[in-house]
Design a protein around this ligand. Structure first.
Ligand code: SF4
Length: 331
C-alpha cells in the first residue's frame, strides 16, 4: 500500500481451497486445490494495484474473493475498515454496490439478447431503481464516460467490436458508482492495438471517478502502465509486492526477475524484439504443491534450504516485500 494512505480494502491471511474428488473408482479421497493460500495485502483508496502471474496462479480467484463473489475458506476481508467476511447475503448485497468487477471476456459477460441500455441499466434495477427517465439518463452519462456514442444504447452486443463490448462491460460495472473496481484480465481477450485504449480508458475513469482498482493481468507490460504498486503471485501466494518503480527497476524475487525478463512491450511495433526469456519448466499443480519454496522447481538460484523451508514474505526495503531465502543474506 502507498505509505501513509488509508486502506479501502484489505485481505488478511485469505485462502480459498477447492475440494477435488479423486482416488480410484469410488472417488473417496478429497484433496484440496489451494488456489489462494494465505494472502495478505491492502489497497489504498484511490490506488491501482496490479496483480500478475501465470495462468492458474490464483489471481482471478483472489479478485473474486476480495469482493466475496466466492466465499473464502479462511482469512478475513476488510472493506473501508469493516470486516465483510461473515456478512449475510442481504447485507453483502448492500455493500456490493461499492465493489464491482469487469470480466475478461466482454462477449461472454454480456447477455446477447439485451440491448446495451438494458445491460448497463440492469445493476441499477437489481439494486431497487426503476427503469425510468432518470435511470436512462444515468446510462447515457455512463456510455459517454466510456466513450460510446449515445446511439449505442439501442444496439446489441454482437454489433460491437471486442473493445467496444469491453466498454459496455465497464459502463455496466460503473453504473452503481463503485469505490473498488476489480478488473479481471480486462484486456487479455482483445487485440493488441485495442488493449492500450482500454487501459487508458480505465486510467482516465479511475482519476475522474476516484476509483480504487485491482488490475489483474498476466502481462507485466499492461500492469506497468496502469499500476501504482504491483503484486506478483505464484501458486496461490504473493511472492513480491512493491511500488511499481521498485518492482520493475530492482525486482527481488527470482520469479519476478524472470517475468520481467519475459515482458513483451505494450507497443506492438516492438513486440517482436527481445521476446522471450521463458521461465524454465511448467507451473506445478496447486493440487500437489512443492514443499519449501513453491518456486524451487523452476528457480535458477535454488539452494538446499529452498526445498524444505517455505520463505515468508519479508520487507527488504520500505514497502518492498518479497518471499525468498536469498533476501535473508541481503537484508
Ligand atoms: Fe529461488 Fe530459493 Fe528464493 Fe525460492 S527461496 S525463489 S527457490 S532462491
Amino acid at each position: 500500500m502507498t505509505v501513509g494512505m488509508t486502506p479501502l480494502v484489505e485481505a488478511v491471511d485469505l485462502a480459498k481451497h477447492f475440494p477435488v474428488r479423486g482416488g480410484g473408482l469410488l472417488r473417496r479421497h478429497t484433496r484440496a486445490l489451494r488456489a489462494v493460500d494465505g494472502v495478505s495485502f491492502a489497497i489504498a483508496a484511490g490506488e491501482t494495484l496490479g496483480l500478475v502471474g501465470e495462468s492458474g496462479c490464483g489471481k482471478s480467484t483472489l479478485g473474486r474473493l476480495l469482493i466475496r463473489l466466492i466465499e473464502p475458506s479462511d482469512g478475513r476481508i476488510l472493506f473501508d475498515g469493516e470486516d465483510i467476511t461473515g456478512l449475510s447475503v442481504p447485507d453483502m448485497r448492500r455493500r456490493r454496490r461499492a465493489m464491482q468487477i469487469v470480466f475478461q471476456d466482454p462477449y461472454g459477460a454480456l447477455n446477447p439478447r439485451m440491448s446495451v441500455e438494458d445491460i448497463v441499466m440492469e445493476p441499477l434495477l437489481i439494486h431497487g431503481a426503476r427503469a425510468d427517465a432518470a435511470a436512462r439518463a444515468q446510462v447515457a452519462e455512463m456510455l459517454r464516460l466510456v466513450g460510446l456514442p449515445a446511439r449505442a444504447r439501442l444496439r446489441f452486443p454482437h454489433e460491437f467490436s471486442g473493445g467496444q463490448r469491453q466498454r459496455v462491460g465497464i459502463a455496466r460495472a460503473l453504473i452503481l458508482r463503485p469505490r473498488l473496481l476489480v478488473c479481471d484480465e480486462p484486456v487479455s481477450a482483445l487485440d493488441v492495438s485495442v488493449q492500450a485504449q482500454i487501459v487508458n480508458l480505465l486510467q482516465d475513469l479511475q482519476q475522474e471517478l476516484g476509483l480504487t482498482l485491482l488490475f489483474i493481468a498476466h502481462d507485466l507490460a499492461v500492469v506497468k502502465h496502469i499500476s501504482d504498486r504491483v503484486a506478483v503471485m505464484y501458486l496461490g501466494r504473493i511472492v513480491e509486492i512493491a511500488e511499481k518503480r521498485a518492482l520493475y527497476g530492482a525486482p527481488l524475487h527470482p520469479y519476478t526477475q524472470a517475468l520481467i525478463g519475459a515482458v513483451p512491450a505494450l507497443d506492438p511495433r516492438s513486440r517482436s524484439r527481445g521476446r522471450r526469456a521463458r521461465i524454465a519448466g511448467d507451473i506445478p499443480s496447486a493440487l500437489d504443491l512443492p514443499p519449501g519454496c513453491r518456486f524451487h522447481t523452476r528457480c535458477p538460484h535454488v539452494m538446499d534450504v529452498c526445498r524444505s523451508v517455505d520463505p515468508p514474505l519479508m520487507e527488504a526495503a520500505p514497502g518492498h516485500h518479497a518471499a525468498c531465502h536469498l533476501l535473508k543474506t541481503a537484508i
